[in-house]
Design a protein around this ligand. Structure first.
Ligand code: G6P
Length: 368
């Protein structure tokens, strides 16, 4: 491989640790001069075109589908535009009603995923403007889309996506800001958002300090055969992504769920051998997640919490706590993903799995 591993044991670990830098690269050139909105040179759509957009559809596969879901939460909340998230493999053969005010975004690290390419082509055929949010420059999807956003996260070699995911989430945050500023979001609110967004690479740097703790937690739980990942609001897609990361590289069965929804099914799985990973930095929903957590504890399930630094209360109820820096809710998907990546990495290594080339998986799936 042309990309050097340097001092890391695996590409996945290297890419996890590259995130402060890859995020800086995603942000570079995308903050407006007045620091009140984002700049996208490649959308090929004027502000007038974008004002006509009444609905956005994100289509993607795998980890990119999870960042699409983060994008849905962000854009609906910040820009107040209705968003739909569709698996590319489903969208392609469905025929959902869409009119000319629907804008399509294909989200893909590689730009080569066959299902995503097929969905993009089908949407193009229907006459919709199609955009790509993509990491690989000049890839098929990047070329076929009418415009888009490059992530500039650098080459991702590990099959399990890490730095491309955080860059997708960051690009989507900037997109939400940009679309919001075209509509109701004030200059002051735009500036306040940029102030926070600029902190992301440093927050991720701090979140990476949880590595030793993640390794300790991995040692403790590595022999479990089932995991639940639970979170609400912005931390729900993160729970899905955490579960996928664990499945992909450690072959442990894991399910991601909205924390409150687990009482409608997954709580039946809870026993002493089934840890629940709660993604719960501070936010308006914290108290509710805490009561979901207590329900799991009451049924004897071990709890690993991903929580904000300084949260002492959680240490009294959870079996293990991995602390991350606190940030505003809309940036939590990026920061909270870090310990989940590290946790699955260490569990997989401790179980002797080939983390960079997990069985049955490919970096980009070019068959439908
Ligand atoms: C494969 C990879 C996943 C990835 C998915 C979508 O399944 O193993 O890590 O998330 O494809 O890939 P894309 O390149 O379209 O983001």
């Amino acid at each position: 491989n042309q990309v050097e591993l340097k001092d890391y044991d695996h590409y996945m670990l290297k890419e996890i640790f590259e995130q402060p830098e890859s995020l800086r690269n995603t942000m570079r050139g995308r903050l407006s001069e007045d620091m009140a909105t984002a700049v996208f040179g490649g959308l090929n759509l004027t502000p007038q075109d974008l004002l006509k957009v009444k609905r956005i559809v994100f289509t993607a596969c795998g980890t990119s589908w999870h960042s699409a879901m983060v994008g849905e939460y962000l854009i609906e909340e910040i820009a107040q535009i209705p968003v739909e998230v569709e698996y590319a493999s489903e969208l392609r053969y469905r025929n959902p009603p869409m009119d000319e005010s629907t804008l399509i975004f294909a989200i893909t690290q590689s730009g080569e995923t066959a299902d995503t390419l097929a969905a993009l082509r089908e949407m193009k055929r229907k006459g919709h403007p199609t955009m790509a949010i993509c990491n690989v420059v000049g890839s098929s999807i990047a070329q076929e889309a009418d415009g888009g956003i490059y992530l500039h996260a650098g080459p991702e070699i590990g099959v399990a996506s890490t730095k491309a995911y955080s860059s997708q989430c960051l690009a989507l945050t900037l997109l939400a800001l940009y679309l919001g500023r075209l509509r109701h979001l004030s200059y002051n609110k735009g500036r306040a958002m940029i102030e926070r967004i600029k902190e992301v690479p440093d927050l991720v740097e701090k979140a990476l300090e949880s590595n030793t703790k993640c390794r300790e937690v991995a040692e403790k739980y590595k022999d479990c055969n089932n995991f639940l990942y639970l979170g609400r609001h912005y931390n729900f897609p993160t729970a899905l992504e955490g579960a996928l990361k664990l499945k992909e590289i450690s072959y442990i069965h894991a399910e991601g769920y909205p924390a409150a929804e687990m009482k409608h099914g997954p709580i039946a799985l809870v026993d002493e051998q089934t840890p629940s990973v709660f993604v719960m930095p501070h936010g308006f929903i914290y108290e509710k997640v805490m009561s979901n957590l207590e329900e799991i504890k009451a049924r004897g399930g071990p709890v690993i919490a991903i929580a904000a630094e300084g949260d002492e209360r959680i240490a009294e109820v959870a079996d293990d706590v991995i602390y991350i820096p606190q940030t505003v809710e809309y940036l939590q998907p990026i920061v909270s993903a870090i310990p989940l990546q590290l946790l699955s990495y260490h569990i997989a290594v401790l179980r002797g799995c080939d983390v960079d080339k997990p069985r049955n998986l490919a970096k980009s799936v070019t068959v439908e």
